[in-house]
Design a protein around this ligand. Structure first.
Ligand code: SF4
Length: 314
């Protein structure tokens, strides 16, 4: 079977996309450059998104007390020790909202990463309300000589959910940021969460059609994980019936159906988030690791003889 993405995996895989783009294995290095977030510093809100505990996502070598250069160097030696050798690296500005500062500050931090000889580009994680024309023009300029991707936390296509989780922006703002970024030829990514309170499985499935219409190059999906120390943890303890968390079997069924409806032109980077013990609902998933999960989802796609985009309606 020849799939539109040009290889025989049953979904448009990120690793293959990277190999095609760069011709070698490329590793991302997470950077915490000390940015803040308007949803935490009082500019939009002080509480943050109800599920957020940003510390939970930062690798140990990442700390804003260290310069970007030092974090890159430590990241490279961390990856060299643990994993297969990567040919080159992308600096992944991951913690908080990495365009939430003046253009001068962004230029200084991004340039520091780009002058490092191991770095061939940037991936910048941010919120849809932390970008503007000036910053995008600068990123467009950078993208003419190296790989630049902006990844937006979108989380849900429904405003009622976004309000409920205190995101502090609407879906329309997310859509506008995605379109403005993509129109300038900058690689554009989106992050979504499945299982947010108040959403039915049907509503989540219908998001495949909405996401398919966005000019996204890449997407990451996570099942909702309730993280200790968050506002959501309290809400969950007070009213567990309000949440409909995915068991692994349910997620497997759901995600295969979702992939079938998703635009085959969109590269899928993640199917799930990992569920280590710091997440309250980790027990629902056992000890599955991300690579195992990908294998199980691919196996199910094969058993059902289906693939990403099989039911996609342009
Ligand atoms: S936008 Fe990101 S960093 Fe800010 S509160 Fe929400 S999840 Fe946390």
């Amino acid at each position: 079977m020849h799939y539109p993405w040009g290889h025989d995996r049953r979904f448009n895989a990120y690793s293959s996309y990277f190999k095609k783009l760069f011709g070698e294995r490329v590793q991302k290095l997470s950077i915490d450059a000390g940015f803040s977030c308007p949803n935490r510093d009082g500019s939009k809100s002080t509480g943050g998104c109800t599920y957020c505990n940003n510390n939970a996502f930062n690798p140990s070598y990442c700390s804003p007390d260290k310069s970007v250069t030092l974090q890159i160097e430590e990241g490279i030696s961390f990856h060299k020790k643990r994993y297969r050798r990567a040919g080159s690296y992308l600096a992944y500005f991951q913690a908080y909202s990495n365009t939430y500062s003046s253009l001068e500050t962004l230029k200084k931090l991004y340039s520091e990463a780009l002058v490092h000889p191991g770095i061939i580009g940037l991936i910048i994680g941010t919120r849809p309300d932390c970008i503007d024309k000036e910053k995008l023009e600068y990123l467009k300029e950078l993208s003419e000589s190296c790989y630049i991707a902006v990844e937006y936390g979108i989380e849900s296509c429904y405003d009622i959910t976004l309000r409920r989780i205190n995101r502090g922006h609407s879906f329309r703002e997310a859509e506008e940021a995605v379109r403005a970024t993509s129109e300038l030829g900058i690689k554009t990514g989106g992050h979504f969460i499945f299982g947010l309170p108040g959403e039915t499985r049907e509503e989540m499935l219908a998001e495949a059609d909405i996401i398919s219409r966005l000019p996204l190059d890449t997407v990451k999906f996570h099942q909702l994980q309730i993280i200790k120390g968050t506002r959501m943890e309290m809400e969950y303890k007070d009213n567990p019936a309000d949440f409909s968390l995915f068991s692994w079997e349910e997620y497997l069924d759901f995600f295969v159906k979702f992939l079938e409806r998703l635009n085959p032109g969109i590269v899928v980077e993640r199917f799930t988030g990992e569920a280590p013990p710091r997440f309250l609902n980790a027990s629902l998933w056992g000890k599955k690791r991300t690579d195992q999960i990908v294998g199980l989802i691919e196996k199910r796609l094969e058993e059902l003889d289906t693939w990403q985009g099989r039911l996609y309606k342009p």
